[in-house]
Design a protein around this ligand. Structure first.
Ligand SMILES: Cc1cc2nc3c(=O)[nH]c(=O)nc-3n(C[C@H](O)[C@H](O)[C@H](O)COP(=O)(O)OP(=O)(O)OC[C@H]3O[C@@H](n4cnc5c(N)ncnc54)[C@H](O)[C@@H]3O)c2cc1C
Ligand code: FES
Length: 256
């Protein structure tokens, strides 16, 4: 038996079979894939490397796990370029090469939490909300407009609130504009979203004296810690998002 199989947490390579694919907002794809080995190991905040069938695109594309149960893994992604365009064209029964689960996810914490998701940073927080069910958490989901993808799934497991940039639904503005309205006590903030949002969340958590865990979706190359292509500046030297992350305690980052 190889060393890879001795560690129960070690990522595996698996040929996933597409169960369903649906466009749930313009350019946002909801993909369910039968991948029982990855589903069994997956933890909230981890991601999976997707390999393209077009071999001119060798590097894998990292996509966060939006949910994992009963042998199926759910992914929700935005069509950004050629790789995600290829994955968006998958249909049920198609086979896809996956490696995962990868990276370190969100830690287990005591007490209530505030979950802050911005744009395509929303999907990984669904898996977290599902696994923390009944923890008395509040989730604030930040969208551009009235395309409130995944809101029903969040509402079924957590107190879910909405902020929209154009004011078409919920609070006008970003997730932090809605955070002041949360009067339920919480100890921890979990967030995923664009970098400017994460920096603002880290500052907010520091002001509020809360523990804060941020998932960084930096551009990656190898995805397995070998190339340093995803490294960011931490307080104690550089950190690889794909290996030490993608989830970091905000105190570890130099821009808290
Ligand atoms: C840990 C992790 C988890 C991720 N999870 C998700 C997810 O759940 N859903 C989702 O939609 N996307 C997610 N991403 C981003 C996703 O990996 C990229 O959008 C994808 O790799 C783009 O590949 P492509 O071939 O379609 O586009 P490319 O042709 O490679 O790039 C198209 C455009 O997107 C930009 N881009 C590529 N990667 C990123 C990135 N990481 N951040 C910002 N801009 C980027 C490029 O600069 C370029 O402008 C995640 C990234 C990381 C690192
Ligand atoms: S992508 Fe290569 S080290 Fe992270």
């Amino acid at each position: 038996m190889s060393a890879l199989h001795e560690n129960p947490k070690a990522p595996v390579e698996e040929m996933g079979v597409v169960v369903s694919r649906k466009e749930i907002a313009p350019g946002i794809i909801d993909l369910f894939v039968e991948a029982p080995k990855i589903a069994e190991k997956a933890l909230p905040g981890q991601f999976v490397s997707f390999y393209c069938r077009d071999l001119s695109r060798l590097l894998p594309r990292p996509i966060s796990i939006a949910s994992a149960k009963e042998g199926k893994v759910r992914f929700v992604f935005r069509v950004a370029g050629a790789g995600t365009f290829e994955f968006a064209s998958l249909v049920s029964g198609d086979v896809l090469r996956l490696v995962g689960p990868l990276g370190n996810g969100y830690p287990n914490t005591e007490g209530g939490a505030l979950l802050l998701g911005g744009g395509i940073g929303i999907p990984p927080l669904l898996f977290l909300a599902e696994s923390r069910k009944n923890a008395g958490d509040t989730a604030i989901l930040g969208y551009r407009d009235e395309n409130l993808f995944l809101l029903p799934a969040f509402s079924s497991v957590v107190d879910a609130r909405v902020a929209t940039e154009d004011g078409s639904y919920g609070v006008r503005g970003n997730v932090l504009d809605a955070a002041g309205d949360v009067n339920k006590p919480y100890q921890t903030i979990f967030a995923c979203g664009p970098m400017p949002m994460l920096k603002a969340v880290a500052r907010y958590a520091k002001e509020q004296g809360k523990e804060c865990f941020l998932s960084l979706e930096e551009r990656m190359a190898c995805g397995v810690g070998a190339c340093l292509g995803c490294s960011i500046k931490g307080k104690e030297g550089r950190k690889r998002v794909c290996k030490e992350g993608p989830v970091f305690n905000s105190k570890e980052l130099s821009w808290e």
